[in-house]
Write a protein that binds this ligand. Sequence first.
Ligand SMILES: [Zn+2]
Length: 91
Amino acid sequence: MMTSETFKEEVMMLASKVGVKPKQIHIQPMKRKWASCSRKGRLTFDKQLLNEPYDVRIKVILHELLHLKYPNHGKMFTLLMDTYLKKTITM
Ligand SMILES: [Zn+2]
């Protein structure tokens, strides 16, 4: 399992690529989902995510980071999600 610190660094690195600044990053056990974000910019990730491979983590992290820009799953959200995934996976 990666450490919380390494995971947070990964989140912050992706955040700077996306151009958003999460106010807080929390890691805790979550029952129903991988992650959530609050309107105030607080991101919460399931502790279990730290055991997942890179491509799974990246999808969850990007999803939440993009919500800091777009609250819904509209066209721009989907488009940027695809774009960033292509970029980060071939990074
Ligand atoms: Zn979402």
